[in-house]
Design a protein around this ligand. Structure first.
Ligand code: UD1
Length: 420
């Protein structure tokens, strides 16, 4: 298993291009099945989760071509309507194949995702929504089996704004007969990107980006070419790198409109964030100020940025308070940050963080995707060197993060890590 060795850097400077969004790409690739034809996507990030999705699509019978950041999927011959446990266990988002398969073929069989490192993460809202559209769902032997004669439009009220749940049900409803009204939908930019892509394929969706989405079912969808939006979480992570090291960086393509909550909190901490024509400039001179943050569904502060802000708070000048409201077990990076000298006390869902002047480099273990990124960030400002083990989590969702950090001046190397 590979590891990352990070040494401290005094300032990070320069510019890097933000890659395409992982969380937009995964559902959009799945949605290509709905066309039964050839769809081409650009700005597709080079990530393990994307490779897993393409493997899933190819396993079910799609023809997949990938060249750099361009992916073409021909779903005409899809005939194997199942996502097996082996794929779902490596990537929970595999469950997003259920909506499109059910919509196009009236049946799907998908392994039930188990819990994951950051919490239980049930899929009851996906199932409830598909049932409302007329699917008969049988859960047995660890699989969700869904069948329908023909999906029919319905009114669905989600119990909470769920990103994956909204996406799965929208992908099913676009080919259903009649009108669906979905309430309490997720508002994340990635959910909106999926709906924009579906409309570009000929779907009739209105209200995307608001909590009520209305979908008029159509009989078929057409092929398309589509460019994926930039990854706001990668951008946010690199913004944190600049803020931590007191650098001055330009993140090409980063969109301020997708990052308002993150930008507001960085500014409260004393970081300069400027919107430029081609991206966002992030710089810091004075010591970081402490912060109060509570994660929430978009446009609230993203849970996917919580771990990175724990690192900022760990070296800020005072006492910060960060509350995680989305996932119940998303503080595993904290134990590792404590090993690096961070002063953090967890009380239920809240982390009380007293800033220290310096972190210390140590051997630390990555436990999930965003936790891995936070440990690398911590390594950028820790004395000595930091060994981040199990970085395969990182490769699931960040495209060559170490190369981007190196381009900005960081001292970071990927090395063989032995058995961990
Ligand atoms: C997506 C993102 C992930 C991000 C998360 C929250 C992708 C591939 N992943 O995950 O990076 O951290 O949104 O912004 O886009 N819930 C239920 N029942 C359900 C579905 C969700 O109880 O059927 C709960 C979850 O346990 C969680 C909350 O709803 O507490 C939000 O989850 P959700 O928005 O669905 O997250 P994901 O789509 O899994």
């Amino acid at each position: 298993m590979e590891k990352m060795i990070v040494k401290p850097v005094s300032e990070m400077c320069g510019s890097v291009k933000i890659s395409g969004s992982k969380n937009a790409t995964l559902p959009i690739l799945m949605a290509s099945i709905l066309s039964g034809d050839k769809c081409t996507f650009t700005n597709v990030p080079d990530l393990w989760d994307v490779s897993t999705t393409l493997k899933l699509l190819s396993d079910i019978g799609a023809q997949v071509e990938r060249s750099g950041h361009k992916v073409t999927i021909d779903s005409e011959e899809v005939n194997h309507l199942e996502a097996p446990y082996e794929l779902v266990k490596t990537m929970r988002a595999s469950v997003l194949v259920m909506g499109p398969l059910l919509a196009r073929f009236n049946q799907a069989k998908v392994s039930l995702p188990g819990g994951c490192a950051i919490g239980a993460r049930p899929v009851d809202q996906h199932i409830k929504g598909l049932q409302k559209l007329g699917a008969v769902i049988d859960i047995s032997h660890g699989y969700i089996k869904a069948r329908a004669k023909r999906l029919r439009g319905a009114r669905i009220v989600f119990d909470m704004p769920t990103v994956g749940g909204t996406e799965n049900v929208v992908m099913a409803a676009v080919l259903a007969e009649g009108v669906s009204v979905l309430e309490n939908c997720a508002l994340e930019p990635e959910v909106v990107d999926l709906m924009d892509m579906l409309n570009a394929m000929g779907a009739k969706i209105s209200g995307q980006g608001t909590s009520t989405v209305v979908i008029e079912g159509v009989d078929s969808l057409k092929p398309l070419k589509y460019e994926i939006i930039p990854d706001r979480i990668e951008a946010g992570t690199l913004m944190c790198a600049a803020a931590l090291t007191g650098g001055d960086v330009l993140l090409e393509g980063a969109r301020a409109d997708h990052l308002s909550a993150v930008i507001d909190k960085l500014r409260e901490m004393g970081v300069t964030v400027e919107e430029k024509e081609n991206g966002l400039r992030v710089a810091r001179k004075e010591r970081l100020q402490p912060i109060k943050i509570s994660t929430g569904p978009y446009p609230g502060f993203p849970t996917d940025m919580q771990a990175q802000f724990c690192v900022l708070a760990a070296v800020a000048d005072g006492q910060s308070k960060i509350t995680e409201t989305i996932f119940e077990n998303r503080y595993m990076h904290v134990a590792e940050l404590q090993r690096m000298g961070a002063d953090i006390v967890i009380d239920g869902r809240t982390a009380h963080i007293k800033g220290v002047k310096k972190l210390q480099g140590a051997q630390v273990m990555a436990t999930d995707l965003r936790a891995s990124a936070s440990l690398i960030l911590a390594g950028l400002v820790a004395e000595g060197y930091t060994d981040v083990l199990r970085i395969y989590h990182l490769d699931r969702g960040y495209e060559k993060l170490e190369k981007k950090l190196r381009k900005l001046g960081a001292n970071i190397r990927r090395m063989p890590g032995g058995k961990h």
